[in-house]
Ligand binder design. Structure first.
Ligand SMILES: Nc1ncnc2c1ncn2[C@@H]1O[C@H](COP(=O)(O)OP(=O)(O)OP(=O)(O)O)[C@@H](O)[C@H]1O
Ligand SMILES: [Mg+2]
Length: 498
């Protein structure tokens, strides 16, 4: 691969000048042309290409341009099933074939500054995935951009307003994180008692008795009635008991739960938490099947290939709990799927605008980050993949980025971002970062093992495209003034409905 081309005037040696003078000859200066190359691989006599090389060319070895057919063969060799995401920028008729198994299986990053074409790239890749007879892709959409980017029959678009992910799917850790403030002096008491009450609530729920589960634990995902738990906390909080002396006195937990109850009730009464605390569709253990079928696009008789979850209507405070729960549940699902079927159930999860919820520093999004980090670290074995899409790579968890093998870099001009990305890349290809600022819209450099070599690619346009067009101030303002309906906007805002 040519990494640099230079041309410079040759400087004749004094000996050469002297010789020329003596023989009365003219000395012709000629420019020297130099290319720097990085060896990519070797082709053996049978035409088989192999990445890397242990033989380097010696001085004066002739150099040949590679024939197009050979380039195609090489890309093909490193892809599977001709899966291509666009065309090579340098050879516009050559498909950019990639190995989808590596791209997804070993996690990917799509980065680029705003307007560089990330959303279009995602739509384009997903549309290609949708050509398979089946697939399981879950896309977290932060701006509701993707609704129109697909033909409806194979996608399920879950509006955040219709999403329900009930509290009873949470494990003990997640529930305590949500309810208990560890800085409170009675926190250890609260946790111990909660453990006991929760265990009992799960065991004594009528439906659960019929499920034939030999041992229900506090982490078993079965329905329990949250209201009963609060009632029990309230009872303990004001309990009076008869002491040894026969006189009435405060019970052992008297006053220990007052603040906890207040905290939980304020969440229960907060409508924004309804999707967790007041499930309407999923309020029996049996309903868990329906919920998982919905999230995985496995609805009976109407399977979907791509499930888009529009999280834009979900308030910030609730997002963390919901997304981390969805991720953890998907991980547990593929884990148990593999345990009982001895094969994997591949799921690809795409995170749009990942910096806003997989961020290193944002404490309120910690559990989401941890769930995603777990997938990044262990997902490969169970066939669950993560694709991080972001315009601010510096803010995305470094643990996640370091587990990603494929880097799809669109235009990045910010020098700090360039330096950051440079550090994430292997030594041998760091120089390529200088090209990032020369990329056009919808053009990327794909790095990593999913492609034969670092390649500049013009990504195929998605059809239909996501709704992320730039606003044309020029065209919009060039039209006659027209009354706008302010009230309809305010109404929609107030009712949170379009
Ligand atoms: N492959 C492409 N071919 C042609 N035009 C493209 C391509 N990709 C993107 N564009 C143009 O660039 C615009 C912005 O693309 P896109 O919305 O995907 O950017 P983005 O990187 O997701 O930005 P943001 O970070 O703000 O979400 C599109 O509206 C489209 O006009
Ligand atoms: Mg975008």
């Amino acid at each position: 691969m040519i990494s640099n081309i230079r041309m410079r005037e040759s400087i004749p040696s004094s000996r050469e000048i002297k010789d020329a003078e003596e023989t009365d000859e003219y000395f012709l200066e000629f420019p020297e042309r130099r290319i720097s190359v990085v060896p990519i691989g070797t082709i053996d006599p049978s035409g088989k290409f192999e990445r890397g090389t242990d033989i380097l060319p010696t001085v004066n070895t002739p150099v040949y341009a590679v024939h197009k057919k050979l380039i195609n063969d090489i890309y093909k060799f490193y892809s599977i099933g001709d899966f291509s995401i666009g065309k090579l920028s340098l050879i516009p008729e050559q498909d950019a074939k990639i190995d989808l198994d590596v791209f997804l299986g070993r996690h990917a990053v799509i980065i680029g500054q705003t307007g560089s074409g990330k959303s279009w790239t995602v739509a384009s890749i997903l549309q290609k995935i949708a050509n398979f007879p089946k697939s399981t892709v879950v896309l977290f959409d932060l701006h509701g951009e993707y609704k129109n980017a697909f033909n409806n029959e194979y996608i399920d678009f879950i509006d955040g307003k219709d999403l329900e992910f009930p509290y009873w799917l949470m494990n003990f850790q997640e529930l305590t994180d949500l309810m208990i403030d560890r800085s409170e002096f009675s926190a250890p008491n609260q946790i111990a008692k909660f453990r006991e009450i929760l265990q009992q609530a799960k065991e004594t729920n009528e439906e659960n008795v019929t499920l034939n589960i030999p041992k229900i634990t506090i982490d078993t995902p079965v329905f329990f009635n949250f209201q009963n738990i609060i009632e029990e906390f309230k009872r303990l909080d004001v309990e009076r008991i008869i002491g040894a002396t026969g006189r009435e006195k405060n019970g052992p937990y008297h006053g220990h739960f007052t603040r906890l109850i207040m905290r939980i009730e304020s969440k229960l009464n907060d409508k924004r938490f309804n999707l967790i605390f007041r499930p309407v569709k999923y309020n029996t253990s049996a309903s868990m099947e329906l919920l998982f079928r919905k999230i995985l696009g496995e609805t009976i008789d109407d399977p979907k290939k791509i499930v888009i979850i529009d999280i834009s209507p979900i308030p910030m405070e609730v997002r963390n709990s919901v997304i981390s729960l969805i991720l953890r549940c998907m991980f547990d699902f593929v884990y148990w799927y593999k345990r009982i079927n001895e094969k994997t159930y591949p799921i690809a999860v795409f995170f749009e605008e990942a910096h806003s919820y997989l961020s290193e520093n944002e404490r309120s999004m910690k559990s989401t980050r941890l769930s995603a980090e777990k997938i990044a670290k262990e997902g490969r074995k169970y066939g669950i993949s993560l694709t991080v899409i972001s315009q601010r790579p510096r803010e995305v968890s470094a643990t996640i980025l370091s587990q990603c093998n494929s880097f799809m870099c669109l235009r990045i001009t910010n020098p700090d971002d360039q330096i950051y990305v440079k550090r994430l890349l292997p030594d041998s290809i760091r120089g390529i970062v200088s090209i990032f600022s020369t990329l056009r819209r919808g053009e990327c450099i794909l790095l990593g093992d999913s492609i034969m070599m670092p390649t500049r690619i013009k990504i195929d346009k998605p059809d239909p495209a996501p709704s992320s067009e730039d606003t044309s101030f020029f065209n919009e303002w060039n039209q006659e003034h027209e009354e706008i309906d302010v009230n309809s906007v305010l109404n929609a805002w107030r009712r949170q409905e379009d």
